[in-house]
Design a protein. Structure first.
Length: 431
């Protein structure tokens, strides 16, 4: 048993409270269990209880055993002086508030129904990632849809923190932050770190001065990526190197090392050179991308902004100096959709929240709702469940659920898990 389970039991009052008394024998009535506290200090704030006919308002601390109070050194922490009730599963010692006065204690041993223990253990102890798969039918379709919306919003709020952290790193410059986030996204998982180093080594305030010259933009990006350090004899390469050598000296730039780039197990369409060339085309076409995005979060407008094609050189190259058969060089629709889902929508959401434009938040979420469902290893876990699979909003909700709740066994904090444990709905226990 863990304290999280006892906190769940207390929060939802899943114990028999008829004739309940403190360990010292005083009648106890729980008026309000309090609000869960995620900060340092007692587990629940602003609780209201009646002890021996006197009403108390204050905090509640939860422990498996009374002696945990001393083991956690609460006796020397001033934040715990406001505790009005100590709730434990097993009372093994008195806890003194001051000499000759002990904290009122409620012992839950024998008061929590056995089926609550069992159902919780079945979920938290399941080896399956989606532990509630066989019981998720407890939720009706409307509840499932509301749950999906909640998970999607939680994902946006979590990603909002990632965006705001980047804005702080950029000293409040939203254009620099958008540029950095987009560059990182072009690397996806395999080369995300390398693209981030590229963005940090080449600030947007420098690159933006050269957006009228495709040659200089490409030279700066490829040069800072460490890809213009040789003399290959290739005409296009030589042009880029000539431009970069001048710009590197002008801005005192230091390129990142070529060892940062990972080419293993990559499809040719994801090779770094092609991705950098597509990134250059995107920045050249949208010289003030922030204003463009803020002007309209309509998906059709976004798709036109991201419908770019790399320099014609890359039509027959994946690397400098090595010619190949002709291949596509446009930024693919699925790649653009991934950028919208993982970067553009969270960025716009964070910007609107930051600027107080809450009326625009729904339209941003609707971009997710119009984008196709992401079929990947994680979302396939939910195949065969009532969770809808119609849009990116659904897949993002699934990934939030599986990544932030299921993997961490936070079943007691999940709407579905809570309903199963409390047997709210048509859930049948196994015989």
């Amino acid at each position: 048993m863990k304290e999280a389970f006892l906190q769940y039991v207390w929060r939802n009052r899943l114990f028999r409270d008829e004739g309940v008394r403190t360990t010292s024998g005083e009648p106890l009535r729980i008026v309000f269990p309090g609000y869960p506290n995620s900060d340092a200090g007692p587990d629940f704030r602003q609780a209201v209880v009646q002890i021996g006919g006197i009403t108390w308002a204050g905090d509640v601390e939860i422990h498996l055993r009374s002696s945990d109070w001393y083991r956690h050194r609460h006796q020397s922490d001033a934040k715990y002086r406001s505790v009005i009730l100590h709730v434990v599963y097993e009372h093994d010692t008195e806890v003194e508030r001051q000499p000759n006065e002990c904290y009122p204690t409620l012992e839950l041993c024998g008061r929590v129904p056995e089926e609550i223990f069992r159902r919780c253990d079945e979920l938290v102890g399941s080896p399956e990632l989606l532990a509630c798969r066989s019981k998720i039918e407890v939720c009706d379709p409307l509840t499932v849809q509301a749950f999906v919306s909640t998970m999607a919003m939680e994902r946006l709020l979590r990603k909002q923190g990632w965006v705001l952290d980047t804005v702080r790193q950029c000293q409040g410059d939203w254009r620099e932050a958008l540029y950095r986030l987009l560059v990182v996204s072009f690397g996806f998982k395999t080369n995300g770190d390398a693209f981030e180093l590229l963005a940090r080594s080449l600030p947007y305030r420098i690159l933006s001065r050269h957006l009228d010259s495709a040659l200089q933009v490409n030279a700066l990006l490829f040069g800072q990526a460490g890809m213009l350090g040789d003399s290959l004899g290739d005409a296009y390469y030589s042009k880029l190197k000539y431009e970069y050598d001048f710009l590197q000296y002008k801005y005192a730039l230091q390129p990142i090392g070529t060892e940062r780039w990972n080419l293993l197990r990559l499809r040719p369409s994801n090779f770094p050179c092609l991705r950098i060339a597509q990134l250059a085309a995107l920045l050249i076409r949208n010289k003030d991308l922030l204003d463009t995005l803020l002007h309209s979060s309509d998906l059709d407008v976004l798709r036109r902004c991201f419908a770019v094609t790399a320099d014609i050189y890359w039509r027959t190259h994946y690397h400098f100096g090595r010619e190949t058969v002709p291949h596509g060089i446009a930024l693919g629709a699925s790649t653009a959709d991934s950028l919208f889902i993982n970067t553009v929508v969270p960025f716009l959401f964070a910007h609107y929240k930051f600027s107080g434009a809450d009326e625009k938040l729904e339209s941003v979420m609707m971009v997710w709702d119009r984008l196709p469902f992401e079929d990947n290893r994680l979302t396939r876990v939910c195949v065969g469940t009532p969770i809808p699979r119609t849009s990116a909003l659904d897949s993002q909700a699934m990934m939030e659920l599986l990544g932030q709740y299921c993997k961490k066994k936070r079943c007691m904090e999940c709407t579905v898990g809570d309903r199963i444990i409390q047997r709210r709905g048509p859930v049948k226990d196994p015989v």
